[in-house]
Design a protein around this ligand. Structure first.
Ligand code: ZN
Ligand code: ZN
Length: 460
């Protein structure tokens, strides 16, 4: 049909004009099926983890990763590629040794938690006080840990939705500050993980302003159970040498690239993952695959035709140590009209569920997503979608989102360990992720519907 006649017909019927007036056809089903043969995401994941390796926030390695990312985005044809830097405190790992003293003298495998304090070069010795759960530690009387080493365990198990990380992860996030406030000289926790390898899991811990950081480390799961068995036999004394350092302010940054849309008034669609990683492995599943999946999906849309909305891809810096990149992005760009934001930060195993948080005006997108994602084995969940650390500051402004939930069944076997390496990424499942993200972007970035603010913000 002739476009002029179509517009006249639309006007007569009072149909929304933009739907008919613009946008190249981006067929979600065809793009989805083509993406099942994607090699872009693997290329990014393989390149970043091989050529840069670990990318601890605010270090020289993370700076190299930003340069690598900007070069890659330009080579892929993204527009307005730039690095936006910001300052943040730098924390670096030192020595980390733990040994049981006395009749059962033996070494145990530990790693310092991010933001851990130091024992000093001579180390500390103390009696272990055992807490089966974080709740037991919280109930310990004030001052009862003076001169002692707290030890907190938990019973995290692998689940498809990874939901136990939230609850049991509290041992890592707040256990150290709780133990410090009660007088402990140091704290050990059972690794927040679900494997039985002798690999401790690091991860960030937080200190309120009025609590002086103490040495805080995670035991590998087998070593944690070893310590529990020793404690059943009688009191245990340990010596710890944990010497990380805070090095003052240093530079981190976000890497940004765009697929410009045809309608500048339709708002920005923001997607991405985080570029930094912990220093133990090469940050393959956390989160090279996240930047790779979202970038590959945006590139596939770019190659298929101009979308209505600008797709902005962000490789966020310094997520692991406190979400600095997401906050810096929101500070710099929060005033721009974002209509959608979503991130990939849960590895690259098969996506099994999607949830949405959409305004009434764009509610029909949920059905379109169900149609496009169903053939990939992805079903619609009922919860209100939230975002992860990086896009959460933007979502707070009542921005719409879709969450694509990956299987967490093996994620916490490798998360934050030396074993987070490329070989853990399954290329077939990685492609399924790219297919789901490509279909989602095809629908959201090109929707004729107005995507206004949502009523309330969901939680991740
Ligand atoms: Zn992550
Ligand atoms: Zn992480």
């Amino acid at each position: 049909m002739n476009k002029r006649i179509l517009l006249a017909a639309a006007a007569a019927l009072a149909l929304p004009l933009p739907a008919l007036a613009q946008t190249a056809p981006l067929d979600p089903a065809a793009l989805r099926d083509a993406a099942l043969r994607d090699d872009i995401a693997w290329d990014i994941t393989e390149g970043l983890t091989t050529e840069v390796g670990q990318r601890l926030a605010a270090t020289e390695a993370e700076a190299r990763a930003r340069e690598w990312g900007a070069r890659k985005l330009k080579a892929l044809g993204f527009q307005n590629v730039r690095i936006e830097t910001f300052k943040m405190p730098l924390w670096v790992r030192g020595e980390e040794k733990a040994e049981v003293l006395g009749a059962s003298a033996q070494k145990l495998t530990i790693t310092a938690l991010g933001n851990s304090g130091t024992t000093g070069p001579k180390g500390v010795e103390g009696e272990i006080v055992y807490f089966p759960t974080i709740a037991d530690l919280q109930m310990a009387p004030a001052g009862s840990l003076k001169g002692k080493i707290a030890f907190v365990s938990h019973s995290m198990t692998a689940t498809q939705d990874g939901s136990q990380y939230g609850a049991f992860g509290a041992a890592r996030r707040s256990g150290p500050s709780t133990a410090a406030a009660k007088g402990a000289v140091a704290i050990l926790i059972r690794s927040i993980g679900t494997d039985y390898h002798r690999n401790p899991h690091t991860g960030v811990t937080n200190w309120p302003k009025d609590v002086k950081p103490i040495a805080a480390a995670a035991l590998a799961v087998p070593d944690s159970e070893q310590l529990e068995r020793l404690l059943k036999r009688g009191p245990v004394r340990m010596k710890l040498l944990i010497t990380p350092e805070f090095k003052g302010e240093a530079e981190s940054g976000n890497v940004i690239g765009e697929v410009p849309g045809s309608d500048p008034d339709a708002g920005i669609v923001l997607v991405g993952g985080h570029l930094d990683s912990w220093d133990l492995g090469t940050g393959a599943i956390d989160d090279a695959t996240g930047v790779a999946i979202t970038t590959a999906a945006a590139k596939r849309i770019m190659d298929a035709g101009q979308p209505r909305r600008t797709i902005r891809v962000v490789w966020f810096g310094a997520e692991e140590v406190g979400g600095f990149g997401g906050e810096a992005y929101a500070k710099a760009h929060g005033g721009e009209r974002h209509v959608f934001a979503s991130e990939s930060d849960f590895g690259a195993d098969r996506i099994w569920k999607f949830t949405v948080n959409l305004p009434e005006s764009a509610a029909s997108l949920s059905d379109k997503l169900a149609v496009a994602l169903g053939p990939l084995g992805i079903s619609r969940g009922r919860d209100l979608a939230g975002g992860g650390t990086d896009v959460e500051p933007i979502l707070r402004g009542k921005v719409a989102t879709v969450a694509l939930a990956q299987s967490g069944l093996r994620y916490f076997d490798y998360h934050h360990t030396p074993d987070d390496t490329l070989d853990k990424v399954d290329p077939v499942q990685l492609r399924q992720n790219v297919a789901a993200w490509t279909a989602t972007l095809a629908i959201v970035a090109n929707a004729a519907e107005e995507i206004g603010p949502v009523e309330k913000t969901g939680r991740e």
